[in-house]
Design a protein around this ligand. Structure first.
Ligand SMILES: [Zn+2]
Ligand SMILES: [Zn+2]
Length: 871
């Protein structure tokens, strides 16, 4: 039975039992910002289990793409070394949403394994949760599994929970005894043993409780079923092969990689491990990129990059010098396009992304090797490389530690790997924070204290000014009662129209005043529930408890609003023009411009830029009303509102919508109608990191000014070229052509000039020990002309040595030629090296012609004369 047949048999079997076949969801979970990758079949049904979502079926089955790497299931280094660790695999599952429960779930499982797959019933073992007598009875009485083959397990192994609170329940697992020749070999080995002999095949989760805040388990009115069985694993068992890698689901990929590298799978364990790593990682890479993830230094992209680089490194171990991994990924796209048709669409895209990353990585290795050499030099004394250096190489350049270890050990150096591990741990903490999105910056203790006492209400969506009370004044991180001298300080009010910097939008500026004081607000930030005004006292004095008027700089705010709404339009337009993989990676919304970073692999070309600008401006012209509504997050996500991965959202979120075009979760300030934006113009497009592009744009009057500026540059250029604006490009091409021809002419003339000079110069030939020697200076002459001169002079003197020196700025160049009849005695390379030494340089070359450089132009004459004394 092939793996493909097993997958299909499973889905057909459950369809025959009234289940709806549901396609695999994306590896990027769209409805769960807390999850890195889809890691179980039930992910896409989470809301159905929680009762938040209704479907028109109550039974479902699926074969789900799953990635387990990074985060909780982090065992990347094991993949390839064991029989069953994978970064990517397929998970078969059947689900009941308040429909059938334990009895049917167990019946189906047993019937499928023993009847459909014909597994030997007497080799199957069962585990149940220790208190789950109901499941025990069903297995024992109803199915007929002998009691001595049913094992009771504790919470750790056989109790499942969605989170600290919420649905949970006991599990039951079906294991197969693979026989005593596999695993620990102990006579008393049983399902409690950790070895590979009793292999877990299928996990059934009986969701029957709801755990409340106090930890109490309350029975669910309609209990549910969630099951999962790894396709590769069950296929290995059915096909009776020792590891998942030997199944027909993965073996062909290994064999393809083996063929590429001119190796034979099975010849030696080291190569075999590398081939398994490459096959597994090619599957993960192909599927992740197809689902919109791009290699980067953060979050999902970081995990993908680690997977890719590990595969590439194993490629190096197999002897690949040039990019190869992209070919393996192309093979995966073809090989797995049944049933995953989406892979065909994305095949060339995936291939391009992978090849680009491979080329980048090869460059990394080059740089890394250079630095490794510097380290050898730097730590010559005690021959140990400190942890922070190893980490720097690894982190900044992505240079693999084991490669560094090989190099250092070959040279008799040691590595401080303990120190390295410490640096790694710190990094992992940072990485965790990066993908959990907690960009918490340092908060002064004073604000932690004030946060517990006060709260600022933001009233700036509807108002530009407010009558407020001063709750607290902070100066140099200390609370103070009063400010009476002109200085900078921070002010907290009970309510304010000032928008604090967040979500990329800059903080408002403006004024705070009353009859006793005038204060300028320079910036505004948020700490917890507090809005902190960064202030400067212009005159008078302000004290705690004062009543003040707070007014924002309205014009600046209006400009910021234009740019913020334009950012949303841009985001959507980018997705429409470039593809769904475009995700916001960073954003700045200021009064004078906007900056938007997003995931995309290639530069955005001119045609695409035009399309994007048109789309945004079309929506501006339509003058659509921008709506802002507060609603539960689940509802917003279900309606398709764009959320930022890793961002922490409250239960209630604000949705900013340009109906018919864009919908985003956003707390920022926006225009009333899109027409208020006026005009949108992209100013620049560039790369900021691998796979991350940046667009800068302007709106409103800034956009008008920008087009005016461009127009006047074009006009000036036309004037200078004495043409009209439309003809500027062709005129420039024409001029470039002319320039090239002139340069050619010039170089011909220079050759002629040198030839006639050579005639002159020949009178300078001296004879030393019977050898004709010519040493001359020719300043500001480029190397080709020097070479021509040497050839010419050699031809003229027929037998002898020619040396030319040329000063170009602060650089000296020497060229030495020796006629063939003399090369057994005099080598041009040796001579030129000696000469260049005097000017503090060096060089070399062939016996007949050699080149050298130097740094001291003032010594050129001395150097040239030196030739007479060395012959
Ligand atoms: Zn064992
Ligand atoms: Zn926004």
């Amino acid at each position: 039975m092939t793996g493909k047949e097993i997958r299909e048999k499973f889905l057909k079997y459950f369809e025959s039992k009234g289940h709806t076949r549901v396609p695999s969801s994306s590896l990027v979970p769209h409805n769960d910002p807390t999850l890195l990758f889809t890691n179980a079949g039930m992910n896409q049904f989470k809301d159905v289990f929680l009762g938040r979502e209704k479907r028109d079926y109550t039974r479902a089955c699926s074969c789900q793409k799953v990635v387990r790497a990074g985060g909780k299931h982090n065992d990347l280094e094991n993949v390839g070394r064991t029989a069953r660790h994978h970064t990517f695999f397929e998970m078969l599952g059947n689900f009941s949403f308040g429909d059938y429960f334990k009895k049917e779930a167990i019946e189906y499982t047993w019937e499928f394994l023993t009847n459909e797959l014909n597994l030997p019933a007497d080799k199957l073992y069962i585990t149940v949760y220790k208190d789950d007598d109901e499941a025990f009875e069903i297995w024992n009485k109803h199915i007929g599994v002998p009691a001595d083959r049913i094992y009771r397990m504790d919470e750790k192994d056989n109790f499942w929970a969605m989170g600290d609170t919420g649905p949970c329940g006991p599990c039951s697992e079906i294991l197969i005894d693979q026989g005593p020749e596999i695993g620990c070999g102990r006579v008393d080995c049983d399902p409690y043993c950790d070895c590979d002999r009793h292999l877990e095949l299928w996990n059934l989760v009986f969701m029957q409780y709801n755990r409340d805040e106090s930890g109490k388990l309350n029975p669910l009115p309609k209990p549910s079923i969630d099951t999962g069985m790894g396709l590769e694993r069950i296929t290995a068992v059915v096909q009776k092969v020792p590891s998942n890698f030997d199944t027909d689901l993965i073996k062909p990929i290994i064999e393809y990689a083996a063929k590429l590298s001119n190796k034979n799978y099975g010849d030696n364990e080291k190569d075999d491990t590398s081939l398994r790593v490459i096959a597994d990682h090619a599957r993960a890479t192909t599927f992740l990129i197809s689902d919109g993830v791009l290699p980067s230094n953060e979050g999902r992209g970081y995990v993908l990059r680690r997977i890719m680089r590990r595969a590439m490194r194993h490629g190096k171990m197999l002897g690949f010098k040039e990019p190869f991994f992209y070919q393996v990924c192309e093979f995966v796209s073809d090989f797995m396009s049944d049933p995953y048709i989406e892979l065909m669409d994305k095949k060339s895209y995936v291939s391009k992304v992978v090849k680009f990353e491979e080329e980048r990585f090869n460059k990394t290795l080059e740089t890394g090797l250079k630095i490794a050499e510097e380290l050898l030099e730097k730590y010559r004394e005690n021959k140990e490389i400190p942890g922070f250096e190893i980490f720097r190489l690894y982190d900044t350049y992505g240079f693999p530690v084991d490669l560094l270890q090989d190099i250092m050990e070959d040279n008799g150096y040691k590595l401080d790997l303990v120190g390295f591990d410490e640096e790694m741990k710190k990094q992992q903490e940072r990485a965790k924070q990066a993908w959990a999105g907690s960009g918490e910056s340092f908060i002064a203790d004073i604000y932690k204290k004030l946060e517990n006492q006060f709260k600022t209400e933001f009233i700036g969506y509807e108002n530009t000014n407010s009558e407020s009370s001063v709750l607290a004044i902070v100066k140099d991180d200390n609370e103070t009662q009063e400010i009476s001298e002109s200085s900078e300080f921070e002010l907290i009010l009970d309510q304010t129209p000032f928008y604090p910097e967040s979500g990329g939008q800059v903080g408002d500026t403006g004024k705070i005043y009353n009859e006793n004081c005038n204060i300028e607000v320079l910036d505004c930030k948020k700490v917890g529930n507090l809005i902190i005004h960064k202030c400067k006292l212009l005159n008078g004095k302000v004290k705690k408890g004062d009543k003040v008027t707070a007014v924002i700089d309205v014009e600046k705010r209006k400009n910021t609003e234009r740019n913020h709404t334009a950012t949303h339009l841009l985001h959507k337009a980018l997705q429409m023009v470039l593809g769904d993989h475009v995700r916001q990676a960073g954003s700045l919304v200021a009064p004078d411009r906007l900056r938007f970073d997003f995931t995309h692999f290639a530069p955005v070309d001119d045609e695409e830029i035009k399309k994007i600008e048109l789309l945004v401006n079309e929506n501006i012209i339509k003058n659509i009303e921008v709506t802002k509504t507060i609603k539960p997050i689940e509802e917003a996500i279900k309606e398709g509102a764009m959320a930022l991965f890793g961002e922490k959202y409250d239960k209630e979120v604000r949705v900013v919508e340009v109906p018919g075009f864009s919908k985003e979760l956003c707390g920022g300030c926006h225009v009333e109608r899109t027409g208020d934006i006026g005009l949108f113009k992209i100013v620049s497009e560039a790369s900021v990191a691998a796979g991350i592009r940046r667009i800068e744009a302007v709106t409103g009057l800034e956009a008008v000014k920008f087009t005016q500026e461009i127009n006047s540059i074009a006009k000036k250029s036309a004037l200078l070229l004495k043409s009209n604006i439309n003809d500027v490009p062709s005129k420039i091409t024409e001029l470039q052509e002319q320039l090239k021809n002139t340069q050619k002419e010039l170089s011909k003339l220079q050759d002629k000039l040198n030839a006639s000079k050579a005639e002159d110069i020949l009178s300078n030939v001296k004879e030393i020990n019977g050898v004709k020697v010519l040493a001359v200076k020719m300043d500001n002459t480029e190397i080709n002309a020097l070479r021509n001169f040497v050839d010419m002079a050699k031809a003229k003197i027929k037998s002898g040595i020619v040396l030319v020196g040329s000063v170009n700025g602060d650089k000296v160049t020497f060229l030495c030629g020796v006629t063939k009849d003399l090369t057994s005695k005099y080598k041009a390379g040796d001579i030129v090296k000696e000469i260049a030494k005097i000017t503090g340089g060096g060089g070399g070359g062939k016996p007949e012609l050699a080149q050298a450089g130097g740094k001291n132009p003032e010594k050129i004459d001395e150097a040239l004369n030196h030739i007479y004394s060395i012959l």
